[in-house]
Design a protein around this ligand. Structure first.
Ligand code: RIB
Length: 311
């Protein structure tokens, strides 16, 4: 059955500069191409969840500008409910400057929050009270007090919370036990655990540290290596699918869309990690954030093709 998911998060117009290499300090380089394309961690994850078959309700904010209108339209194009996105005067929609290094597909991103900064704790509480949800998905591109209020309110309502600790920021220790799934990459886990994470082994050690502080399930994404889940009684690792990335932007967001949808539908960790990995890998094959996020059928076909290729 289709799951109802509330996403409280950011929406950014991505201003993407494609270049062979990125400049060092003080250097000017000639780049290759420039374009604008819908992004923002919150909106990307909402888009990915919808593409994977979840019913998604978005709570966020835009400015009264062309970027904001485009951002909302793009979410609506995949069926995301946008009634709880407010349009604000006197502030611009969020933007992200992305330097995409075409030689390897890696990026460097600076976000200007704009209207995302105005998503309040009251907005979050109102959204959580407006209907029944099967899950709440959050990231850290909206104000921390909003995220904190949303987590606490969701817990009161028995709604499972998935928090993606991106961009990496510390959270209050008392929040940890209230988060059902903490989704982190190496940098985010290193910051939270206070110990450098580079691989599965160091990730397992840091996840154990967090679990001692009452964290529930920790999901660690390891990029081209794969993804792991550390639960109360198990450690499950699923290796990545091998691809040649052209742009890694929104790969993590795509992972989350497929992981959360599959987990809510199946309650099976291996399936959820596999679908997350597949969706993330496919997103690296196309330039752009939401523009690169695959549909559910593409994920099904990709997994089927890769599993049969191995057997
Ligand atoms: O996760 C990728 C996203 O991070 C980009 O779309 C950009 O907007 C930043 O928020």
């Amino acid at each position: 059955m289709q799951k109802n998911i509330l996403l409280i998060g950011s929406m950014n117009m991505d201003l993407v500069v494609q270049c062979n290499t990125v400049p060092v300090r003080g250097e000017t380089l000639l780049g290759q191409q420039f374009h604008t394309t819908p992004g923002g961690k919150g909106a990307n994850q909402a888009y990915a969840l919808a593409c994977q078959g979840s019913e998604v309700y978005f709570c966020g904010a835009i400015g009264k500008d062309e970027f904001g209108t485009r951002l909302v339209k793009n979410l609506q194009s995949v069926g995301v409910h946008c009634e709880q996105i407010k349009t604000l005067d006197g502030i611009s929609s969020g933007i992200a400057i992305i330097l995409l290094e075409t030689s390897c597909g890696d990026n460097r991103i600076i976000v200007i929050a704009g209207a995302n900064e105005k998503v309040t704790a009251d907005d979050a509480k109102a959204a959580l009270s407006s209907r029944k949800y099967d899950a709440l998905v959050l990231q850290l591109e909206t104000p921390m007090p909003t995220v904190e209020a949303a987590v606490i309110e969701a817990q009161k309502k028995n709604i499972p919370v998935f928090l993606n600790l991106a961009p990496a920021q510390a959270i209050k220790p008392e929040l940890l036990p209230l988060i059902d799934f903490l989704i982190v990459n190496e940098t985010e886990l290193s910051l939270l655990a206070g110990k450098t994470v580079t691989d599965l082994q160091s990730g397992a050690e840091s996840a154990a540290l967090l679990r001692k502080k009452e964290a529930k399930t920790v999901i660690l994404t390891l990029g081209a290596k794969g993804a792991a889940a550390f639960t109360a009684d198990a450690e499950i690792f699923v290796p990545a699918f091998k691809v040649e990335p052209v742009d890694t932007t929104a790969a993590g967001d795509s992972f989350i869309g497929a992981f959360v949808t599959a987990w809510l539908e199946t309650n099976d960790m291996k399936t959820a990690l596999t679908r997350g990995n597949a969706c993330g890998a496919l997103a690296t094959l196309t330039v752009g954030a939401q523009a690169s996020i695959p549909q559910r059928k593409a994920v099904d076909d990709f997994i089927a093709a890769n599993v049969s290729a191995k057997s």
